[in-house]
Write a protein that binds this ligand. Structure first.
Ligand code: UD1
Length: 373
């Protein structure tokens, strides 16, 4: 019997892990699977609601590290995890995406040697993505985790190109598709029954959905002021477009710190809410006229759902969402943003397609590789 452990910590990890967990359960005779939650995200709305809605068991082990500086958070996860993995002695550890919990877990595995003299093998789900922006903490996490992992599971072809040009062994690379899209497919039907639009008094395709949490956007007063102006101007382009803005805890903190709370609250047509759970948020993406975001995962979800996405970043590690999907990169360049919105407001459909292997079978492919290699 093999023993696999998944290590997760922050909101986007949970939907990437859920299909892998469910697929592993189908092979109970061959493998056990434990979930360790670092506690990087800990609020109900950022964490436990996702476990409930994704029908995941409570994490088997919870480290409770909470919010800290990057060094403290990464180090504390490592200290706590080392003791646990030393005791658990898993045959394999699986990590997801690019958050601090991902690299912290990877580093522990790389330095914990098993009886056979080898470190704990690591599988990286969502490997190979590169924004080439080293100021993003996630870019550092991605590069380092890939360098430690034995299994590199990629979501799009750019991942393959990045890894090959980075000198990685092609035998370690597996193009499996996107487990976040597996989850999306699994819960779309439930999202169709969500009452969230009714509760917010908005109708289908009549609103813009906004999410912002990148430090480069929200930790800078000038940029937050710019964002305020952009939201105001959405209303000038079309006064009937509502704006739904579920605010990430980091962004709440920054809006308050810079004294901008009242200014946001005074904006016409702006509906400010707390973060939504998974099902309601999927319903909000699916029915949005367009999305303005700086998230990575939402660029993929909008591509799959064929909803126009305006990304408020200068770069993306997910280029397929631009070349094949519905995404445009605008950074905080106001004219570019307004022109993109005006184009969407004409109602003309954007030509797009669903990327290769975003077909709901990524977790199946991953588990097949892990159990047969
Ligand atoms: C983290 C990830 C980012 C991911 C994002 C998704 C890293 C480096 N960043 O960013 O890649 O896109 O999660 O949300 O791993 N907070 C709460 N409650 C929580 C969690 C956080 O109030 O449950 C607040 C705290 O004030 C904290 C701040 O949000 O200081 C930022 O949280 P943190 O986990 O450090 O980074 P995120 O911005 O969430």
């Amino acid at each position: 019997m093999k023993k696999f452990v998944s290590i997760v910590g922050a909101r986007p990890n949970f939907m990437k892990m859920a299909p892998v967990h469910k697929e592993l359960l189908k092979h109970k005779k061959k493998v056990t699977h434990k979930i360790i939650h670092t506690g990087q995200h800990y609020d109900r709305k950022m964490s436990s609601v996702f476990f409930k809605e994704l029908e995941l068991p409570k994490p088997h082990i919870y480290l409770g590290v909470g919010s800290k500086s990057h060094a403290e958070q990464t180090a504390l996860i490592m200290v706590k995890l080392e003791k646990i993995l030393f005791k658990e002695k898993p045959d394999l550890v699986i990590v997801y995406g690019d958050v601090n919990s991902t690299i912290a877990a990877g580093l522990v595995c790389a330095k914990l040697y098993r009886k056979n003299g080898c470190p704990i093998p690591l599988a990286h789900v969502e490997s190979g993505l590169r924004s080439r922006d080293r100021k993003m903490p996630e870019e550092i996490n991605r590069i380092l985790t890939d360098n430690i992992a034995e299994y590199l599971f990629i979501t799009e072809k750019s991942g393959y190109e990045n890894l090959i040009s980075g000198g990685f062994d092609r035998r370690k690379i597996f193009f499996v598709g996107n487990t976040m899209i597996d989850s999306l497919g699994d819960y779309l039907l439930k999202a169709g029954k969500s009452g969230v639009l009714k509760n917010l008094c908005i109708s289908k395709k009549s609103y813009a959905l906004v999410t912002l949490h990148r430090p480069s956007n929200v930790d800078d007063k000038n940029n937050l002021n710019k964002i305020l102006r952009i939201l105001k101007n959405i209303n000038k382009i079309n006064k009937y477009t509502d704006i739904v803005f579920p605010v990430h805890p980091r962004t709440v903190k920054m809006i308050e710190k810079f004294g901008l709370k009242r200014k946001f609250e005074e904006l016409k047509n702006l509906i400010i809410t707390e973060p939504f759970g998974y099902i309601n948020f999927l319903a909000l993406i699916k029915n949005a006229k367009y999305v303005l975001t700086d998230s990575g995962g939402i660029q993929e979800e909008t591509t799959y759902l064929k909803v126009p996405c305006i990304t408020l970043r200068e770069n993306t590690e997910r280029p397929i969402t631009i070349t094949e999907g519905t995404n445009v990169l605008c950074g905080l360049k106001e004219e570019k943003i307004y022109n993109s919105i005006k184009k969407i407001e004409t109602g003309k459909k954007i030509k797009s397609s669903i990327p290769k292997f975003w077909d709901g079978k990524a977790a199946q492919r991953i588990v097949h590789v892990l159990l047969n290699n």
